[in-house]
Design a protein around this ligand. Structure first.
Ligand code: PLP
Length: 395
């Protein structure tokens, strides 16, 4: 019999009832160190006082009015994002997938309204992830996500990850945009080198294409800059954001330049919930913390510490681990053992990591992780690795 919850997830047998900072707690009091942060979502950790206050304060006044009316919290968050980034304008969504939908629509509408309606194609890359909607799965294009869900939304050209020559060759009169994650998340924590990000910007400029960045996972302080593309010293035309921006409340956004967004006039797009007072009140509190240079400096300091210790862990367990990769607090360990076995051994030792493609385990901890948490993480990951080694030896 089908479970009452549609069985699209293989859930771990863990059930948390409370969160505190980087810790998740089960009903019996067992404490787990959370290096997953709900897949890079709980940027300020669990139950951060500023977020609890923003949410509960707003909840006592007004939850929802719809976008038929002014929403001051939405205006405030849009202003903060415009001040802090390349963007001139912002549309709020409830998820990363919805941000992807709008990014695709915005790019096509831009060219339509410029009198180039033939420009509809968007170049994307293997291993990418842009959400599970029809546009999202068509954009990513992997067999795993698309099989059985045809006919797929047309207009995506898929290239190998890192194939810059392929990009130049793939551009035609119908190309509208390049869509890429500056650091692939689901694909296994694969950063696009700064030089390649610069080259993609250059290619877009030379060919009159829009550069769309998917910073749903790598954005909002995760890499040690407010947004990951800042490391390469470039800016996109359109950017998708979600996950960390709500700190655990469902919130996403599309940020764009005035030029890229020029086709999106009244009536061309909408969302009943997008940009609601609750989500935007929380988003304002998240951005107030994360956009602070001192906060980002701390992220970079702790990222350096964590990375150095992880390099040691990998060296200590060469049968389990292969290498550390990633940037900031968006780290991956490529495994030699099966990544799921390492994640499960982590559960046994009360430390949470997240599997990704390419046999990687992801470490996406709260950006507020303390030095004590880092020390504890290493102790627990070391125990997990010893457990995997023991099972390899007995196999
Ligand atoms: C998670 C993710 C999405 C989809 O976001 P949802 O909020 O799950 O819809 C899109 N792109 C990237 C890079 C992601 O990591």
């Amino acid at each position: 019999m089908i479970p009452s919850v549609l069985p699209t997830y293989n859930r771990a047998p863990l059930e948390f009832v409370k969160g505190e900072g980087a810790w998740l707690i089960e009903a019996d009091g067992r404490r787990f160190l959370d290096l997953g942060a709900g897949i890079a979502v709980n940027a300020l950790g669990h139950a951060h006082p500023a977020l609890v206050m923003a949410l509960t304060g707003q909840a006592q006044n007004l939850w929802h009015v719809s976008n038929l009316y002014q929403i001051p919290q939405q205006q405030a968050l849009a202003d903060k994002l415009v001040d802090a980034t390349f963007a001139d304008t912002v549309f709020f969504t409830n998820s990363g997938t919805e941000a992807c939908e709008l990014a695709v629509k915005m790019a096509r509408k831009h060219f339509h309204d410029k009198g180039q309606p033939e420009k509809v194609e968007i170049i994307t890359f293997d291993g990418s992830f842009h959400g599970r909607s029809s546009a999202g799965i068509a954009a990513a294009g992997s067999e795993k996500m698309t099989r059985g869900f045809g006919p797929l939304l047309p207009g995506f050209v898929h290239l190998s990850f890192g194939d810059l020559d392929g990009v130049t060759n793939a551009i035609t009169d119908t190309t509208a945009a390049i869509l890429i994650e500056p650091v692939q998340g689901e694909g296994g924590i694969r950063p696009v080198p700064d030089a390649e990000m610069k080259a993609l910007r250059q290619i877009c400029n030379e060919n009159g294409l829009l550069l769309i960045l998917d910073e749903v996972q790598c954005g909002v302080g995760r890499t040690g800059k407010l947004f990951a593309h800042e490391w390469a010293g470039i800016t996109p035309d359109i950017m998708m954001v979600a996950k960390g921006i709500g700190g655990g409340f469902p919130l996403g956004a599309v940020l764009a330049t005035e030029e890229a967004a020029s086709g999106m006039t009244a009536g061309t797009h909408g969302s009943t919930y997008g940009g609601n007072p609750l989500g935007c009140a929380v988003g304002c509190a998240v951005i107030d913390h994360v956009a602070d240079p001192e906060f980002l400096a701390e992220v970079n300091r702790k990222a350096g510490l964590l990375r150095q210790k992880l390099e040691g862990l990998v060296a200590d367990h060469p049968e389990v681990f292969d290498e550390v990769r990633g940037t900031g607090l968006m780290l991956g360990i490529k495994c030699k053992a099966t990544n799921i076995d390492v994640v499960n051994a982590g559960y046994d030792n009360q430390v949470i990591t997240v599997p990704a493609a390419d046999n990687v385990i992801r470490l996406l901890p709260p950006l507020t992780l303390s030095e004590d948490d880092i020390a504890e993480a290493l102790t627990r990951l070391d125990k997990a690795a010893l457990q995997v080694e023991a099972s390899l030896a007995s196999a």
